[in-house]
Design a protein around this ligand. Sequence first.
Ligand SMILES: *[C@@H]1O[C@H](CO)[C@@H](O)[C@H](O)[C@H]1NC(C)=O
Ligand SMILES: *[C@@H]1O[C@H](CO)[C@@H](O)[C@H](O)[C@H]1NC(C)=O
Ligand SMILES: *[C@@H]1O[C@H](CO)[C@@H](O)[C@H](O)[C@H]1NC(C)=O
Ligand SMILES: *[C@@H]1O[C@H](CO)[C@@H](O)[C@H](O)[C@H]1NC(C)=O
Ligand SMILES: *[C@@H]1O[C@H](CO)[C@@H](O)[C@H](O)[C@H]1NC(C)=O
Ligand SMILES: *[C@@H]1O[C@H](CO)[C@@H](O)[C@H](O)[C@H]1NC(C)=O
Ligand SMILES: *[C@@H]1O[C@H](CO)[C@@H](O)[C@H](O)[C@H]1NC(C)=O
Ligand SMILES: *[C@@H]1O[C@H](CO)[C@@H](O)[C@H](O)[C@H]1NC(C)=O
Length: 316
Amino acid sequence: MERFASMRVVFSLSVLAVLLLQLLLGVATAAAANCSTHCGNIGISYPFGVEPGCYHEGFNLTCDRSHKPPKLFLGDGSVEVLEISIPSGTVRINSSSIVPVSTSSAVGTGSVNKTGKYHTWGGLRKGGPFFISPYKNKFLVLSCSNVQVLLLGGDNSTVNACATYCPPAPKKGQPFQFPMRNECSGIGCCSAAIPKGYTSYSIQIQPANEISEFDAESFVYIAEEGSYNATRLIFETVSALPALLDWAISNSTCGTKPSAAPAPACRSSNSYCQNYTSYVYNGYQCRCNAGYQGNPYIPNGCQDYNIDNFNARSIL
Ligand SMILES: *[C@@H]1O[C@H](CO)[C@@H](O)[C@H](O)[C@H]1NC(C)=O
Ligand SMILES: *[C@@H]1O[C@H](CO)[C@@H](O)[C@H](O)[C@H]1NC(C)=O
Ligand SMILES: *[C@@H]1O[C@H](CO)[C@@H](O)[C@H](O)[C@H]1NC(C)=O
Ligand SMILES: *[C@@H]1O[C@H](CO)[C@@H](O)[C@H](O)[C@H]1NC(C)=O
Ligand SMILES: *[C@@H]1O[C@H](CO)[C@@H](O)[C@H](O)[C@H]1NC(C)=O
Ligand SMILES: *[C@@H]1O[C@H](CO)[C@@H](O)[C@H](O)[C@H]1NC(C)=O
Ligand SMILES: *[C@@H]1O[C@H](CO)[C@@H](O)[C@H](O)[C@H]1NC(C)=O
Ligand SMILES: *[C@@H]1O[C@H](CO)[C@@H](O)[C@H](O)[C@H]1NC(C)=O
C-alpha cells in the first residue's frame, strides 16, 4: 500500500517536471523569436505569425501599424484579416465587393473590369492553405438590372447562380417592392450558397434581354452568412463585407487508422488529426480531443477545461 503511494508521488513529480520543462521550452522559443501576439486588437498565435521564425509555412501575416488601429493582412498584404480562430480553423476577412463598376482600385479581394463581363474575387494564394469556407458564405447580388449572375470557381466551373429582377417603380400610394425582411430572393437582391471552396471566383453576367445592362449601381459580394442585413444593403451599399475562410495546416492527409503515425503539425498532446479535403485540395487540420480546448499546433496547447473531469481524476 505504502509502496504504491510513494510510487504515485514519484510519478506525479516526474509528470510535473516534464510539464515545467515543456512550459520553459515553450516560453524560451517564443521569447527567442520575439513573436507578436496581437495586431491592434486581433490575437495572433501559431501557426500564424508576423516575424520570421514565428509562423508555419504559408501562415505569414503583415501587421500594418501605419493605420490607427493597425490592420492585419494575410501574407504580404492584400487580404485584410478581421479575426483568426485556431479552434475552428477559420479566418474572417474583409471581402471587397466583386463589382461595382466604379473607380478601378485594384486593391483588396475584388477587382474591377469596366469593359468585360468577367469580374474576379481573389487575393488568396493559389493552392492554399486558405479557401472560401463552403456553405458558411453567400454569393450576394444587389442589382436593379434584370440579369442572371453566374458564380464560377477558380477552374471556371459554375458553382451557383441567381437572378435579379426589378419591377417598375411603384405608382403613388403603392407599397415599395423591395424585400422588407432580410430576404434576398430575387427582387433587387438575390443570393445563393457557395458549396465549393476555391481560392478565387469570378462572375459572369447574362442579361435577361438585350436591352438590360448590368447597371453601375450593382454590387456583388462573397460574404459570410449572417454578417449583413439585406434590406439595409439595398439602401446603403458598402465596399466590403466579412467572409469566412477555412485553412489546412498541411497539404498531406492524415494517416490511415488504426496504425496511423501522428500528424507532425498536431504538436499538442490530447490533439488529433482531421482530414481537410475539398474539390481542389487534400490536407489536414488539427483538433483538440473532446474535453480539451486551445491550440493543437503548439506543445500542451490543448488544455483540459472540464473541471468535473479534473476533480474526478484527482480523487482517483
Ligand atoms: C521584441 O520586439 C519588441 C517590439 O518590436 C522590441 O521592442 C524588443 O526590443 C524586442 N526584443 C528582443 C529581445 O528582440
Ligand atoms: C508570405 O506569404 C505570401 C503569400 O502567402 C508569400 O507569397 C510570401 O512569399 C510569404 N513571405 C515569406 C517571407 O514567407
Ligand atoms: C474593409 O475594406 C473596406 C475597403 O474595401 C474599408 O472601407 C473598410 O474599412 C474595411 N473594414 C474593416 C473592418 O477594416
Ligand atoms: C476585361 O474583360 C474583357 C472581356 O472579357 C477582356 O478582354 C479584358 O482583357 C479585361 N480587362 C482586364 C483589365 O482584365
Ligand atoms: C476562365 O475563363 C477566363 C475567361 O474566359 C479565362 O481567361 C481563364 O483563363 C479561364 N481559367 C481557367 C482556369 O480555365
Ligand atoms: C435590417 O435593416 C432594416 C432597415 O434598416 C431594419 O428595419 C431591420 O430591422 C433590420 N433587420 C435586422 C434583422 O436587423
Ligand atoms: C505540398 O507542400 C509542399 C511544401 O510546401 C510542396 O513542396 C508540395 O509541392 C505541395 N504538394 C502539393 C501536391 O501541392
Ligand atoms: C484521411 O484521408 C486519407 C486519404 O484519403 C485516408 O487514407 C485516411 O484514412 C484519412 N484519415 C482519417 C483520420 O480520416
